[in-house]
Design a protein around this ligand. Structure first.
Ligand code: NAD
Length: 541
């Protein structure tokens, strides 16, 4: 097999299962939810394939029922982080030299395991630990994670196939080397697929990883680690390090073998990580690759020609699915005054139908926000709107954290385009709407572009396609993923590679080849077939 040229064509996206009552997938999921609800597991640190227990324990609870303990996990100290650096560098000796098609085969096996045996396990863990309903778990911890595995193998084959031309009498090629050291993957709570992808893109390109999972996603992330092991990932290629992000980052970035950060989370945390890496510049073997996807203040811009029902549906799903905890969630909306009463009417109809509660009750559309700190932050924003003279709550606003961290889908209407919640990321089910005069489309588009520091996602609605194009032009730098007549969430791997610029990150587009290329240091090799044997230029003869 070593003299074969293997191509990995673009895969199909993993189909989203329906989970109708009584279907095989629904029965399997319910059995797994029951199993995980009944047990409290003990999650170790995993370094070089060895389970380590420090006895410094953290807890994983159900956000929708925070008295329900799902797991305890062991936290690392500086000693374990240093052990992980050594284990990763040891594993690198083999992994970086392993044929990339073998690395690809292991990752494709992960996709198959997740599509079958691990599907109910990961979905149940994501539902219970991160409070996602069935659909939200299925599109994340099953389908998107599988798509990342399969598409990245295809993109890697494209990258490795990008070779220079041969010259006259010489052969040229590029060797896409892995980074010289290890990558620190620091992952967020809100997408199991992102946690997986931040580790697996460097790994596919031959790198080794220290993985700091998000505390509130430790349960699903641990099962991911078990899946990687079962698929045949060698010990030490990924080292699983629950614990304090600040501590792990401090120790990891102090190593001269620190070769990069793969991060998704808030802008503030990424800024801290960048500063830490900057503090040690000159100490590293190479300039570290700093890849981060961060916060957003994602918008819907409505032109007076828009279809009001389409806008309301996009606003409701875009702002409130997974309780607004998607980096791409709609959180501010600019609406012509003439359309706002009708749009609000539809939003109220939807809200009256959408039930809120435990993930195990399938009729619930809304579940809980991730933890108490998040609930408190959302509560502060809603309270600020309740007390403000230039804003009012026109939908929802009730919240309760006694049993679970619940917040109703909430809409704030404001006459101030710079109202606090028009500018700051809240990361909860809160949409702020600024109704504008119908004849002020251009001025309002400028306002939308300049109001927040972020540039992640945004959408424009309108039936007048010429007017829509003009608005899209005015908002060219306002979003890295831009939608026309669609909600700003729901990017699909391979179809809409994802990421934004400005304060939203380095825009290296997860789910596309641009991301993978960051995890290589290419070496170009020229081989001259008949070397010259004298120094004189032709005209000197
Ligand atoms: P977060 O920044 O609080 O945490 C992200 C990760 O960083 C976690 O693992 C956390 O434990 C760790 N961390 C926290 N403080 C740290 C520190 N001082 N040093 C090192 N690590 C630290 O973010 P979150 O609450 O998990 O996720 C929500 C944020 O993620 C939102 O801002 C959202 O917009 C963003 N997000 C962005 C994208 C994107 O593609 N742009 C995708 C998902 C989430």
């Amino acid at each position: 097999m070593y003299n074969a040229t293997i191509h990995f064509p673009p895969p199909a996206n993993e189909p989203v299962k329906a989970y109708l009552e009584g279907s095989p997938e629904r029965l399997a999921l319910e059995a797994e939810l029951e199993r995980q609800s009944r047990t409290v597991i003990d999650i170790p640190i995993i370094i070089g394939g060895r389970e380590i227990r420090t006895g410094q324990l953290g807890k994983v609870v159900c956000p929708h029922d925070h008295g329900h303990l799902l797991a305890t996990f062991h936290k690392v100290s500086g000693k374990e982080v240093r052990m992980a650096v050594d284990a990763a560098l040891e594993a690198r000796k083999v992994w970086a030299e392993t044929p990339w098609t073998v690395r690809a085969a292991i990752i494709l096996k992960m996709a198959e395991l997740l599509a079958t045996k691990y599907r109910p396990i990961l979905n149940a863990a994501c539902m219970l630990g991160q409070s996602k309903n069935i659909y939200q778990a299925e599109i994340d911890s099953a389908c998107e994670t599988i798509d990342f595995f399969r598409y990245n193998v295809h993109y890697a084959s494209k990258i490795y196939g990008m070779q220079p031309k041969d010259g006259a009498g010489n052969l040229n090629h590029t060797d896409f080397r892995p980074l010289e050291g290890f990558v620190l993957a620091v992952t967020p709570f809100n997408f199991t697929s992102i946690a997986s992808n931040l580790c697996m893109t460097p790994v596919l390109m031959g790198n080794v990883v220290l993985w700091k999972p998000s505390t509130t996603a430790t349960l699903s992330n641990y099962y991911l680690m078990k899946l990687y092991e079962e698929a045949g990932l060698p010990p030490g290629v990924i080292n699983f390090l629950p614990g304090s992000g600040a501590l792990i980052a401090e120790v990891a970035t102090a190593s001269k073998y620190f070769a990069g950060i793969h991060f998704t989370g808030s802008t503030g945390t990424f800024n801290n990580l960048w500063r830490l890496a900057g503090d040690h510049l000159g100490h590293y073997i190479s300039y570290p690759r700093l890849v981060g996807e961060t916060g957003g203040k994602d918008f819907i811009f409505v032109h007076p020609s828009a279809d009001v029902k389409a806008v309301a549906t996009a606003a409701f799903c875009g702002a409130f699915e997974y309780q607004g905890q998607k980096c791409s969630a709609a959180s501010r909306m600019y609406v012509p005054k003439s359309l706002w009463p009708d749009i609000l009417g539809f939003l109220k109809e939807y809200a009256a139908e959408a039930r809120m509660g435990d993930v195990r009750e399938a009729s619930n559309f809304i579940n809980a926000v991730i933890d108490e700190a998040s609930w408190d932050n959302i509560d502060r924003h809603i309270r600020h709107a309740e007390e403000a003279s230039d804003a009012r709550i026109v939908l929802g606003g009730r919240r309760d954290k006694r049993v679970g961290y619940f917040v109703e889908p909430t809409v704030i209407e404001t006459s101030n385009p710079h109202f606090k919640s028009m500018e700051e990321e809240i990361f909860g089910p809160v949409l702020t709407v600024y109704p504008y005069d119908d004849d002020k489309v251009d001025e309002t588009a400028t306002l939308c572009d300049t109001t927040s520091p972020y540039g992640l996602t945004g959408s424009v609605f309108g039936r007048d396609r010429i007017a829509v194009e003009k608005i899209a032009g005015a908002l060219r730098y306002a979003a890295g993923n831009f939608y026309i007549n669609d909600k700003p969430t729901g990017a699909v791997v391979g179809l809409q590679p994802f990421g934004g610029a400005r304060a939203s990150g380095t825009d290296d587009k997860a789910g596309g080849e641009f991301n993978l290329i960051r995890w290589t240091i290419p070496r170009v090799i020229k081989e001259t077939l008949v070397p010259p044997t004298g120094f004189r230029y032709g005209y000197m003869e």
